[in-house]
Write a protein that binds this ligand. Structure first.
Ligand SMILES: [Zn+2]
Length: 322
């Protein structure tokens, strides 16, 4: 299996949380949610589930451990390529530089790669927050420095409702100037206009984008320009973007020719993993084997890794399908 859309801070395991809370002497407060429940959904408080894991990863050792542990777990689950994303600007509250943060997570990935053979790398998220330009610029500079050395691409994450794309023009210009691969969370809680904005900003993949179907000209554009949609079924339900998986319009999008890959988004927050995400879709849409294989192929074609790695992934996939 191949995972292209997974957040480190939303995907720690219960064991990771226990280990890191002891290590950091930061006891778990029962009132701090880690997984979405009905109350959180009702209050629209999805993002609060990330607060505690983020607080647990503010030093190099914890960041390295969390990344290592996640990749090990993914490998055990049969995932042989994973792009893991997080925002380095959220891991500097105890004094680390963003570069130190990124170095630590690269070490974590490399250690797991050595032990298990899992391939992949990191996507660094710039954040939609008020007055965040300087921190985002720093993230972009670090991404540029480590591109191809553990970092694969950039992403923009955070609340798209409160912070429109127009606020981040400086960041997008720099990403374009440096020719950095770029995916964007867009059209998740907002409509097609945000997917258009992400494309204008230079994104070649769209995180979620489930509201794109509302605009036929946008669908046409996604198809003609070979843009990948990274759809994360449980997460779309947990954020309240859809109330049932039928609202993702998966088959309509596939029939229209949109390239789609499936991601788990946040395994802890949504109490899921990639296999479960496929199970949910299979149940809702009665996917054929051919359709499932198409998701894997799309993921490889649009992965942010280099061509030799894609070749390796295609070989691994065809070996699995024999
Ligand atoms: Zn996401």
């Amino acid at each position: 299996m191949i995972e292209l859309h997974l957040h480190l801070d939303g995907s720690l395991s219960k064991e990771d949380i226990d280990y890191l809370s002891k290590k950091n002497n930061l006891p778990y407060d029962e009132n701090t949610p880690l997984t979405v429940n009905e109350d959180i959904k009702r209050r629209g408080a999805y993002f609060t589930c990330f607060d505690y894991p983020i607080a647990l990863m503010q030093d190099e050792e914890s960041l390295e451990y969390a990344t290592y542990s996640l990749y090990k777990r993914l490998s055990k689950e049969g995932i042989f390529y994973a792009e893991v994303r997080y925002a380095p600007s959220q891991q500097i509250f105890k004094g680390l530089s963003q570069e130190q943060v990124v170095q630590a997570t690269i070490r974590g990935y490399q250690k797991a790669h050595k032990e298990t053979g899992i391939l992949g790398g990191l996507i660094l998220c710039i954040m939609r927050f008020h007055d965040f330009t300087a921190k985002n610029i720093d993230t972009i500079e670090v991404a540029r420095k480590y591109l191809g050395k553990g970092v694969l691409a950039l992403d923009i994450a955070g609340d798209e409702e409160r912070y429109p794309f127009a606020l981040f023009q400086n960041e997008f210009e720099l990403i374009k100037k440096y020719h950095l691969p770029f995916t964007a969370h867009a059209g998740e809680t907002m409509g097609p206009e945000n997917v258009w904005a992400a494309l204008k900003a230079g994104a070649t993949r769209i995180g979620h984008g489930i509201h794109a179907y509302q605009d036929p000209s946008l669908i046409d554009y996604l198809v003609r320009h070979d843009i990948l949609m990274e759809i994360c079924p449980s997460s779309e339900l947990d954020t309240g973007c859809v109330s049932s998986l039928s609202e993702i319009h998966l088959r309509d999008l596939m029939k229209a020719g949109v390239k789609i890959a499936i991601g788990a988004d946040d395994t802890m927050v949504s109490a899921t993993n990639l296999k479960r995400e496929f199970d949910l879709l299979e149940k809702e849409y009665r996917l054929t084997d051919e359709e499932i294989i198409t998701f894997w192929k799309n993921a490889i074609d649009h992965a942010f890794c280099d061509e030799p790695t894609k070749k390796t992934l295609r070989k691994k996939l065809s070996a699995l399908l024999k």
